[in-house]
Write a protein of this length. Structure first.
Length: 168
């Protein structure tokens, strides 16, 4: 009876290891260079140009403030000794007001640009994910990983170009 139990358990162990190896061998793994895909798709969709156009008016406004500040600094350098103390004080206050206005608007612009850039990046990430899923299903892949996480893989399992072309 003991030998029968040993034989049965041994055959179960062998059978389970064979099934596990067969399951591993059946999985098809591919990889995608997502960083490269993001860069190419950002160029394709002109994300940088789109964001520049969106913030153009605010950037021009900041340049106008810079120009006013430069004009006032030049005036102080040129006519500072000839001005009365009240004129100089008035000019310094105007410069301080322009500087604080500039800093406030520049900070708000940077935050808005960062937020919008992240939104556009997130849209691209969603498009890439959907394309990866579509390509994986169509090509019969079980697992897709990022190329940065792969130490070695066959070039035939590189799905980057297929994913980039599948993004709509």
């Amino acid at each position: 009876m003991k030998q029968w139990i040993k034989a049965a358990s041994l055959s179960l162990v062998i059978l389970s290891s064979v099934c596990a190896q067969a399951a591993e061998a059946a999985q098809k793994v591919g990889y995608v260079a997502t960083g490269q895909a993001m860069a190419q798709l950002a160029k394709r969709y002109n994300v940088a140009e789109k964001l520049r156009g969106e913030f153009k008016d605010r950037i021009d406004e900041l340049r106008g403030i810079e120009s006013k500040m430069k004009t006032k600094v030049d005036k102080v350098k040129r006519d500072g000794e000839l001005m009365s103390s009240s004129e100089r004080t008035k000019l310094q206050r105007e410069m301080a007001s322009l500087e604080s206005d500039y800093k406030l608007k520049a900070k708000a612009l940077q935050e808005d640009q960062r937020r919008r850039g992240a939104e556009e990046e997130q849209k691209l990430v969603q498009k890439i994910r959907k394309a990866i899923q579509d390509v994986a299903k169509r090509e019969g892949y079980d697992i897709i990983v990022d190329a940065n996480a792969v130490l070695y893989a066959s070039p035939k399992d590189d799905l980057s170009t297929k994913v980039i072309s599948a993004v709509k």
